[in-house]
Ligand binder design. Structure first.
Ligand code: ZN
Length: 593
């Protein structure tokens, strides 16, 4: 039997041509990458904005192209073998797919809702029917909300590799092969240009069982359209595959694949469990039959695709959740972190500020990333939202350590420079030696730096300017949690008070895309474990801020922690990329005592 690939252009090339094609495609990445490194070495520091940006655009264009091709080729291994030969080892390591059927760590953080529909009819007959009018309302809503429906191939590539999807992705699936799928759904998909998955069981093809089912002719027409993915949904649609004998199970899973492939002349790579029911034995049978992924469904445990157990149990939401306003999963849809900026020391202070609440290793964390980082040194101690009031800052986390001696004191431990008042305040000499080697945070208009604090060098404005020309903000943080994309060991925390205690913790740093990111651990956690969590959450560098009772995070005027933290005099804030917040235009423009 000859199996045709759905994408005819891909079908036309053999393995050798494919590798050649990918090599040519990836070449610009390598070239752009070395060009950018040259530029940086020449300038010593990233000050040459135009040249720097042109190098960056070259890399990003090539990488964006890679994302598109990865989803078209659909053969993750081929792409990555090719990349290993052509790219610097660190890039290849970054892109290496997770061992199937594991879901890639970066995809766990993204939020892709997969929606499940059944029959679509002009009039409702049972509660789970959706009328044609309702379906078109859903399609309209998807458009109005700026969501991008993606194909199942795209989702699979993303889940295996963590390569980012469009900003707000969504997957549409229709189960059971009803006649309405051809009559009403398919025309609407073409009208809107939305891809979708149709899961069909083969025994009812073309039959009228009180409801019509698609015929082979109709299914063939749909399967030939790049918008459509056909998944196997067994032969007879048993209510619970777990209850079948090994032999029956094999028949349902393998024969349905063979029948569909023979009838449609395409490879059937995906399976959908009838009623969503499966266990390890069922999943094993699906794997053995050669499927690359399977869809499930649970009324009591709806999850985003990245939170699924494995590639063999991709979770879905019932279609009724789609139009639920604020509580709809579509309000959280997110295609995952942008690709890293591969230029060493690359920064992106131009992204929109966004909130991402997520769970890594069973720890709930809230991250806010994007915008430009600034610090605000207030004239007294306040709640973080009070410090943001009247400024252009969208979000902030509490900042460096401060003296607890007086309730209204704004005295910091260690030197501090804040662009809101443009004043450098040296630290008290007596406490300087305790801060030796802790991260000195240096922020400029287009970059940030974390270097070991040296009291002899860094307690004057000239000293911090020597460490970073055009520095606008500086302070000493508690400790590194992530350094050069690696979590930090217990030894690195030295004598830091309570580093191993389980407490609420505040942090800020730079993510793999070069964007500033502030955040808190909503679950109490020790510093070493937090570093491991933050590496998985995509940090390149992260430092701990004043934690415990001071742990505080605010977004658009609201506190995001579920308690009243200790008031603080210092924050790390994110302002919109277009903001002009400089030394004087902060509404609270605090005069330091
Ligand atoms: Zn079904």
């Amino acid at each position: 039997m000859r199996i045709q690939h759905k994408y005819r252009s891909t079908l036309a090339i053999n393995q050798f041509q494919k590798i050649l094609f990918l090599t040519l495609l990836l070449l610009p990445i390598v070239q752009a990458n070395s060009l950018a490194v040259d530029l940086q070495e020449k300038s010593g520091e990233i000050t040459c904005k135009d040249e720097f940006n042109s190098g960056k655009v070259g890399v990003n264009n090539a990488l964006n192209k890679l994302v598109q091709v990865a989803s078209l080729v659909g053969e993750v291994e081929t792409i990555f073998q090719t990349m290993n030969h052509n790219l610097a080892p660190q890039l290849a390591a970054y892109f290496n797919p997770s061992a199937w059927p594991k879901i890639n760590d970066r995809a766990i953080l993204a939020k892709v809702p997969v929606f499940m529909y059944h029959d679509i009819l002009p009039e409702k007959e049972v509660f789970f029917d959706v009328t044609v009018k309702e379906l078109e309302q859903h399609f309209q809503l998807i458009k109005e909300q700026g969501l991008t429906p993606i194909s199942y191939d795209q989702l699979v590539t993303h889940l295996r590799t963590g390569l980012p999807l469009p900003e707000k992705p969504i997957v549409l699936t229709f189960d059971d092969g009803y006649g309405g799928h051809y009559e009403y759904v398919y025309p609407l998909l073409k009208k809107y240009g939305y891809p979708a998955v149709f899961s069909v069981y083969t025994s009812n093809m073309g039959k009228n069982t009180g409801r019509t089912h698609v015929s082979w002719e109709q299914l063939k027409e749909m399967a030939a359209d790049p918008l459509v993915t056909i998944a196997s949904h067994s032969v007879t649609h048993p209510k619970d595959l777990r209850l079948l004998s090994d032999e029956q199970l094999k028949m349902e899973i393998e024969q349905s694949k063979q029948i569909l492939e023979a009838q449609l002349g395409i490879a059937i790579r995906y399976f959908t469990y009838p009623e969503g029911k499966y266990d390890q034995r069922v999943a094993k049978a699906v794997e053995k039959a050669g499927y690359l992924s399977a869809l499930t469904m649970s009324d009591t445990d709806e999850r985003f695709a990245g939170e699924s157990e494995s590639m063999l149990a991709i979770a879905r939401f019932g279609q009724s959740r789609l139009a639920q306003g604020e509580s709809s999963p579509i309000s959280q849809a997110w295609g995952g972190a942008k690709l890293p900026n591969f230029l060493s020391g690359g920064f992106d202070f131009s992204a929109e500020v966004q909130v991402n609440k997520t769970t890594v290793d069973e720890t709930d964390i809230t991250l806010i990333y994007g915008g430009k980082p600034v610090t605000i040194h207030a004239k007294s101690r306040y709640q973080v939202p009070e410090i943001l009031a009247g400024t252009e800052a969208v979000a902030a986390v509490d900042g460096g350590f401060f003296s607890l001696k007086y309730l209204d004191s704004n005295v910091m431990i260690g030197p501090v420079l804040s662009q809101v008042n443009n004043k450098f305040i040296p630290g008290y000499r007596g406490e300087m030696s305790k801060l030796t080697g802790r991260p000195l945070v240096l922020i400029g208009a287009q970059s940030a730096k974390f270097i070991g604090f040296d009291p002899l060098k860094h307690n004057t404005l000239e000293g911090v300017e020597a460490a970073m020309s055009n520095v606008t903000d500086a302070f000493v943080a508690a400790a590194w949690l992530v350094k050069d994309s690696k979590p930090q060991s217990a030894e690195t925390f030295g004598s830091l008070f309570d580093y191993d205690a389980v407490r609420h913790r505040a942090f800020w740093g730079i993510n793999q895309a070069g964007q500033p990111t502030v955040g808190v651990a909503n679950d109490p956690i020790d510093s070493v474990s937090l570093g491991k969590v933050l590496v998985k959450a995509g940090f390149r560098d992260a430092v701990m801020l004043d934690s415990g009772a001071s742990t505080s995070l605010a977004y658009k005027g609201e506190s995001l922690v579920g308690y009243t933290p200790r008031p603080v005099p210092h924050v790390v804030a994110l302002v919109p990329p277009s903001s002009t917040l400089k030394s004087t235009n902060c509404a609270i423009a605090p005069e330091v005592k």
